[in-house]
Design a protein around this ligand. Structure first.
Ligand code: MN
Length: 488
């Protein structure tokens, strides 16, 4: 790796930026790391260069790529963060300081896990770019694991799988998540990895490519008919996710039909729907597999049209249809979000980033913090609509009570029934994505029912029920503590 390749990669996404400073940062880092070798025997500067290159690949901005080059300088050389600041300014110095802070964790076992997660979340809420650098740093370390003793290799892989990969997924940086996971998979389960690689990437490759060729020869003439600019790519599932799926569902490789998908990238949203129409007239769609994530994006911001059709030989094939911007966002997640935001100024912080900040303000205990973040962020979300058409984002498996509290505390406290998609529903019933829900209230009621705690799923509903049930009249308390008589 060399600095010219990084500059070239960076210019692909940022053609107008002055890149002189990248050369300066390289010289600075190179000098600082002079004489240092990695465990693999390579000069240390190679690690800094690779980290910066991966950052440029995910379209990170200039200060982030510079910080990538400098990320190990204060920790491992005699130059300090002050020196970095003097030469490259405060923004870069803060990013590098963030990485240094994440660096040394001395705990063991579960404590290490907790401390690690906590620091990640803290860094994330101060400057999310610190996390991008950390991921790229980790990715290159995983690629060069062989220099380390086997026990240490396994520890790093395990930690990556438990902490780094889920957070990369949460941030929507799928490209990094997949790479991290497959490298860890290979290190932790070498036999399984080789088996799958042999079966999936070597033996089936020709067969698979032939099949996609068939689909393309039917589809492309139709796209040309309407004079559409398009780009079709075959998307393969990465090995670790196949492995996980096989374990979860206890199914054989062949039966996992969504092992591959075709992705069609077109210039604008209108064209997405046009392509969908063409696909559905060419092949029969599989019922209940069409998802319009353009009209209703996933909570992490993911947008795309998904449909599964019965293609040639009646095989099920998934199509993902999206614009270039959506495609970048789905691969680079928040990193792309950053990129497009700086380009057209209309991006906004995803809801869950705000939520982490809120949770962090509320909870100082690390265990609670992790529990809350896991409950609230790692779970999938659903959107439920009010009769007025307002969308509310809820945790998966939420109930009408969760919905009621999401609207307003009073609506929650006074809820007595729910109408779900025009039919009378139950208060503990599980809501589905897209449900239209109306809450029936009893204005005379002031306090929630403590039994609701048994089924609510959102933190907000749980907190409110606890809070108001506690404040309830003594009669209310009496119900839970039989034998205690309320004072007059
Ligand atoms: Mn490093």
């Amino acid at each position: 790796m060399n600095i010219d390749r990084i500059v070239k990669k960076f210019q692909e996404s940022h053609p107008d930026e002055d890149t002189t400073v990248l050369y300066l940062a390289y010289d600075f880092a190179n000098e600082a790391h002079t004489g240092q070798l990695r465990k693999t025997g390579e000069p240390y500067i190679q690690h800094a260069l690779h980290t910066a290159f991966i950052l440029a690949e995910i379209k990170a901005d200039l200060p982030t790529v510079i910080a990538g080059l400098l990320h190990d300088v204060p920790e491992d050389t005699d130059r300090t963060n002050k020196d970095v600041q003097k030469n490259f300014g405060e923004e870069v110095a803060n990013l590098v300081a963030g990485i240094t802070k994440l660096g040394k964790i001395k705990y063991r076992g579960i404590e290490r896990y907790r401390e690690n997660l906590k620091r990640m979340f803290l860094a994330m809420t101060t400057d999310i770019r610190v996390i991008f650098i950390k991921f790229c740093d980790r990715l290159h370390n995983l690629r060069t694991l062989e220099g380390l003793p086997p026990a240490k290799q396994k520890r790093i892989a395990q930690e990556t799988l438990e902490i780094y990969a889920p957070i990369a997924g949460m941030l929507g940086i799928w490209r990094l998540k997949w790479q991290l996971e497959d490298l860890c998979f290979k290190c932790l389960y070498p036999k399984k990895f080789q088996e799958l690689e042999q079966e999936y990437e070597i033996e089936k490759k020709a067969e698979r490519n032939q099949y996609f060729q068939k689909i393309k020869t039917e589809l492309i003439p139709r796209l040309k008919e309407i004079d559409l600019k398009y780009n079709i790519e075959v998307r393969f599932k990465h090995l670790y996710s196949i492995f996980q799926k096989m374990q979860r569902k206890d199914r054989k490789f062949d039966e996992i039909y969504d092992v591959f998908a075709l992705r069609v990238v077109v210039p604008d949203i209108n064209s997405c729907y046009k392509v969908l129409g063409i696909i559905h007239t060419l092949w029969k769609p599989k019922p209940n597999r069409f998802k319009d994530y353009i009209a209703v994006p996933k909570p992490n911001g993911y947008r795309s049209l998904h449909t599964t059709i019965f293609g040639p030989e009646s095989k099920a094939v998934e199509f993902q249809i999206r614009t270039q911007e959506m495609n970048d966002e789905s691969l680079y997640g928040l990193a792309a979000h950053w990129y497009y935001k700086s380009k057209n100024q209309n991006g906004q912080q995803p809801l869950w980033v705000k939520e982490i900040i809120d949770i962090q303000k509320e909870v100082s205990d690390t265990n609670e913090l992790i529990k809350n973040i896991k409950l609230n962020i790692f779970n999938d979300r659903i959107f439920v609509f009010s009769p007025k058409g307002d969308a509310f984002e809820l945790t998966e498996h939420s109930t009408p009570i969760d919905f009621a509290y999401a609207i307003h505390t009073n609506i929650g406290n006074q809820a007595t029934g729910a109408i779900i998609n025009d039919r009378l529903g139950k208060l503990d019933q599980e809501l589905k994505n897209g449900d239209l829900v109306e809450i029936i209230t009893d204005k005379g009621r002031q306090y929630p029912n403590r039994d609701w705690l048994k089924f609510v799923k959102t933190k907000r509903a749980r907190d409110r029920i606890k809070q108001f049930a506690r404040k309830g009249p003594l009669e209310n308390i009496k119900r839970f503590l039989p034998g205690i008589k309320p004072k007059k």
